[in-house]
Design a protein. Sequence first.
Length: 554
Amino acid sequence: MVNFIQQEIENDLKAGKYSEGIHTRFPPEPNGYLHIGHAKAICLDFGLANYNHGLCNLRFDDTNPTKEDVEYVDSIQEDIKWLGFDWGDRKFFASDYFDKFYEFAVELIKRGLAYVDDLSAEEIKNLRGTLTEPGKESPFRNRSIEENLNLFERMKNGEFSDGEKVLRAKIDMASPNINMRDPVIYRISRTHHHHTGDKWLIYPMYDFAHPLEDAIENITHSVCTLEFEDHRPFYDWLLDSLGFDVNSRPRQIEFARLDLTNTITSKRKLRQLVEENHVRGWDDPRMPTLSGMRRRGFTPAAIKNFCNEIGVAKSNSVVDVAMLEHCVREDLNNTANRIMAVLNPLKVVLTNVEEGTTEYLTAENHPTLGGSRYVPFTREIFIERDDFMEDAPKKFFRLKPGGEVRLKHAYIIKCEEVIKDSDGNILELHCTIDKTSKSGGETANRKIKGTIHWVSAEHAIKAEVRLYDYLLTTDEKGNLPEDFIAAINPKSLIVIENALVEPSVKFTAAGTHYQFLRLGYFVVDYDTTPEKLVFNRVVGLKDSWAKVSGVSAK
């Protein structure tokens, strides 16, 4: 693993710091499902620990019970395990340390470094100042230590209403860093907590809790995204103020978050999509959540390879979502068996094949992994309607009147007649087969420019196929509008209810991947039952990222 954070770790080790070994953590807030941006953080946090033969904790930063739920706790654990990482017995909650946090807050008060403030949130904001103007001190800033201790204990005991008082760190209202202008570190909230129940009526702020969690757990390197860079001075101030040894306490290092084109990763906006029923839930395959990607058919190997390919940077940038799709396509190309499926069927009658007969042809499962299956071939078959054109241009190498095409794994056929209804709509095609053109036959090597897929009309299985596209559309520069709901793509999901697939997939389990020949990569959805097969399209065959990046498309 080579990146600037690993270099910093190696520099710390050379300087004699962290002699007990490297210890990282992945600290999600349980207020939503994990998304693709979290995958980058997971791979980095666990990856740094593994590379340095250290440890990585899973810790839930559950300091805001108004937005947290056990559902999110469970989903986060499932997603991390799905990606292939293990925290062992090191699962912690910020709420495990609420008693210690309270003691640390009392210690700050005793040292004259924290005070209880009666100002409202709006008043605190108005006195905070701007980037060019210093803030103004609260009239309650110089309360005595004894009064602050008394008021803080009464806050804990529930003597005041929500928002009536807060505890603030006493630092510097003239600091050029606004985060150092006496930030709030505790607030009153009469909210039931998913982990501690109704024990607490006051809760620590995230910026106060996070460095203390790291220190309590003996974390060496606290890796977080760039938006926390301006918060690092408070991180260090707090640990300095409470006497944590600079040679063993955690060190915060920031890296660039992952942003993708055509994708939002704001938990607030993702929650809005779910709660307003714009999607079918957190695991909707159009969502950038890991549960949504899992259901879509993205693989852990592809996501981890993607995170490795984009690397770890110090400055923010936007990654083309086509690169993620390329990694998915590359993985499935190497692992997914090939089958034939027809999404928009057109009936073909092979007039020189005897009625009631079935021939079983051998079909290759995978070009490199090998394996084979039997495919039934009958007098009546279905092909894709797009593979026939009545008035075809010269370079149309599929089926046309009087033209020939090869059926994959089968024979060369020739279109002899087009059958239409009274309105001129094509009902079916009558064709003949070259009976010696299949593998091993006299004319097997006869050159035909077009090869198409097909299924037996008698043996094919009906399936529902869900075709997914980007949930959000962007302007010509790739930007989303401020009203992201208005950018929802009405064609982000197209459902084909009467697709036909070959019978070899009849009893396939949910989560199994296939390449539908010439159509793309698909996965069996969890909605599948013994009576109904449901497939999700994972990605198409066309690899736009490979084309623009010079990677060999497969």
